[in-house]
Design a protein around this ligand. Structure first.
Ligand code: G6P
Length: 479
C-alpha cells in the first residue's frame, strides 16, 4: 500500500482492505472527499461539509475506521483507499442510479415528503426499486469492511433501508442511524406507499437519532401506525428487537471557525466586503443551498415590500444572498432558481441606484473562510426556511460573532430554533410578521442584541459537533 498525504489531500493509493477489520464504520450517501486532477495525477481532498468535521474526533479515536459512500460522480472509483488514516470504501452509482435513486426517490420523494410536503412528493415504483437496489449496495459494502462486533453509524434519508439489510448479513454488528432532516408528522408520512418497509428497516437499528424531539415523536407514532411494534418512552420493540430513539441536535465545528477568525485575513476580508457594498449602516445576509425548503423567495419578497413601503432604504441597508447550486436536475430546483433570480432582478430594477445594488446575489458555493468573513461583515442574518432539520448556517453565524453583536432572524421551523431561542423567531409563511421582524432586527437596542447573542453563543459553543458525535456513539454503544 502506498499512501502519500499532503495536508488534507491524498493521491489515489488503492488498498486492498483487510476484510472485516474496521471497528467503526460510517455509512453516508457521500464520501467525505472530492476528486480533482492535476499534472501529478488524481487527488482526493477532504470535502468542506460539516459531517466529516463532526465525525473526525470519533474517527480519530478508533483503532481502525472506515467510511462507505458515493464519490459524487459516475466515474469508476478505485476499490478502496486510505485518507487521513481512515479507509474510504466507495459505492458506485451509475447514471441510471443517479436519476432513479438520488434525483428520484431520495430527492423527489423523500426530501419533499419529509419537509412537510412543501413541494408535492412523487411516488414511482421504478424509483423505489432503485432505492432498494442502491441501499443493498451500501449495506453490502459496509458488511465487507466492518470487524466482528463493530459499530456502524448510518446517516440520513438516502439510506433508511441499510439498517435491516446490514442486520440480515451481519447480526453481530451494533447499528446506529441518524436522520439529519426532519421526520414528518405521521399524517404525512403514511402517504408513502412503502411506509411499512421504511419503518421496519429503520427498526433493525439499535439506536436512531433525530435532530429534534418532534422527529422522534413523529417516528414513534408512525411506527405504531404502520407496524405491530410496541413502544414505551424512547424504546420501540419490533419482532423481539429493541430500538432506542432520542433527539441529538447536531452542532458545528466551532474550533474550525475560531481558527478562521483568529486569522487577521478574515477581519480584513470582512472590512473589504463591507466597503465593496458601499459601507452601509446595515448589511443583511442570507446563505443557503438553493433549495425550495430554504424560504429564499419569502425573505427576498419581504425585503422588496419593506423597500417599497420605505420602511428600509437602500441608502443605508444592503442585502447579500449566497445561493449554492444544488440538485439542478431535480424537479423544483430549476424553478426555485428562476423565481429567486426573477425577484433579485425585480428588486434591483426598482430600488438600486447607479453602482449600488439593493441585493447582491451569488449563485455560487463559497469556502468556509469566505463565509466566516461574510458572517463577520453581516449585521443581520436571515435564516427563514419553511422547514429544516437543523440549519447549521444559523449556528455558524452565531459562532462567528465574537463581539456578541449581530442579530439572527430565524424561522421557527428550523431545528436550530429549539436551541437558539434568543434569535428573533419568525413564521416564514407570515409575510407581515417576517417584515416586522426584519425591520425590528435593524432597530434592536445594542444591549438587547448583546444579551441575545451572548446566550446563543454559549449554546452553540457548548453543543458543538464533537460533543454531538461523541454523545451519539456513546449512546449507541451503551445500548
Ligand atoms: C442535506 C442532507 C445531506 C445532503 C446535503 C447536500 O444537508 O441532509 O444528506 O448530503 O443536504 O445535498 P446533496 O444532495 O448535494 O448531497
Amino acid at each position: 500500500m502506498v499512501v502519500t498525504s499532503v495536508s488534507q489531500t491524498t493521491t489515489v493509493s488503492v488498498v486492498t482492505p483487510k476484510r472485516r477489520s474496521h471497528d467503526l464504520v460510517v455509512v453516508a450517501n457521500r464520501l467525505p472527499v472530492r476528486r480533482s486532477r492535476d499534472v501529478s495525477g488524481e487527488r482526493w481532498t477532504t470535502s468542506p461539509g460539516g459531517l466529516v468535521a463532526a465525525l473526525r474526533p470519533v474517527l480519530e479515536n478508533r483503532k481502525s475506521a472506515a467510511w462507505v459512500g458515493w464519490t459524487g460522480s459516475t466515474e469508476e472509483p478505485p476499490p478502496a483507499w486510505k485518507h487521513e488514516g481512515m479507509l474510504l470504501k466507495p459505492v458506485a452509482l451509475s447514471r441510471s442510479d443517479i436519476a432513479l435513486f438520488y434525483e428520484g426517490f431520495a430527492n423527489g420523494t423523500l426530501w419533499p415528503l419529509y419537509h412537510d410536503a412543501v413541494r408535492t412528493p412523487e411516488y414511482h415504483r421504478t424509483w423505489w426499486d432503485s432505492y432498494v437496489a442502491v441501499n443493498k449496495r451500501f449495506a453490502h459494502a459496509a458488511a465487507e469492511v466492518a470487524a466482528q462486533g463493530a459499530t456502524v453509524w448510518i446517516h440520513d434519508y438516502q439510506l433508511q433501508l441499510v439498517p435491516a439489510m446490514l442486520r440480515e448479513q451481519r447480526p453481530d454488528l451494533r447499528i446506529g442511524f441518524f436522520l439529519h432532516i426532519p421526520f414528518p408528522p405521521s399524517e404525512l408520512f403514511v402517504r408513502i406507499p412503502w411506509r411499512r418497509q421504511i419503518v421496519e428497516a429503520l427498526l433493525a437499528a439499535d439506536f436512531i437519532g433525530f435532530q429534534a424531539s418532534l422527529g422522534a415523536h413523529n417516528f414513534r407514532r408512525a411506527a405504531s401506525q404502520v407496524t405491530e411494534c410496541s413502544t414505551r418512552g424512547g424504546v420501540i420493540t419490533f419482532r423481539d428487537h429493541t430500538t432506542r430513539i432520542a433527539s441529538f441536535p447536531v452542532g458545528i465545528d466551532v474550533g474550525r471557525i475560531d481558527t478562521i477568525l483568529a486569522d487577521p485575513l478574515t477581519g480584513e476580508r470582512a472590512r473589504q466586503i463591507r466597503e465593496s457594498l458601499g459601507s452601509p449602516d446595515v448589511v443583511m445576509l442570507g446563505v443557503d443551498r438553493l433549495d425550495y425548503t430554504k424560504g429564499i423567495e419569502v425573505r427576498l419578497g419581504a425585503y422588496r415590500e419593506l423597500l417599497a413601503e420605505h420602511r428600509l432604504s437602500v441608502e443605508n441597508v444592503v442585502m447579500m444572498q449566497i445561493a449554492e447550486p444544488s440538485r439542478s436536475n431535480v424537479t423544483g430546483y430549476a424553478e426555485i432558481r428562476e423565481s429567486v433570480e426573477q425577484i433579485v432582478g425585480d428588486i434591483n430594477g426598482n430600488f438600486a441606484t447607479m453602482g449600488r445594488p439593493a441585493v447582491h446575489y451569488l449563485h455560487q458555493g463559497q469556502p468556509l473562510e469566505e463565509l466566516v468573513a461574510l458572517y463577520t461583515a453581516a449585521d443581520v442574518m436571515l435564516v427563514t426556511p419553511l422547514r429544516d432539520g437543523m440549519n447549521l448556517v444559523a449556528k455558524e453565524y452565531v459562532a462567528s460573532r465574537v463581539n456578541n453583536d449581530g442579530v439572527l432572524v430565524l424561522s421557527e421551523f428550523a431545528g436550530a430554533a429549539h436551541e437558539l431561542q434568543e434569535a428573533l423567531l419568525v413564521n416564514p409563511h407570515d409575510v407581515e410578521g417576517l417584515k416586522t421582524m426584519i425591520e425590528r432586527a435593524t432597530l434592536l437596542d445594542p444591549d438587547d442584541v448583546r444579551r441575545r447573542m451572548k446566550r446563543m453563543r454559549r449554546v452553540v459553543r457548548r453543543n458543538d459537533a464533537e460533543r454531538w458525535a461523541t454523545a451519539f456513539i456513546e449512546a449507541l454503544e451503551a445500548v
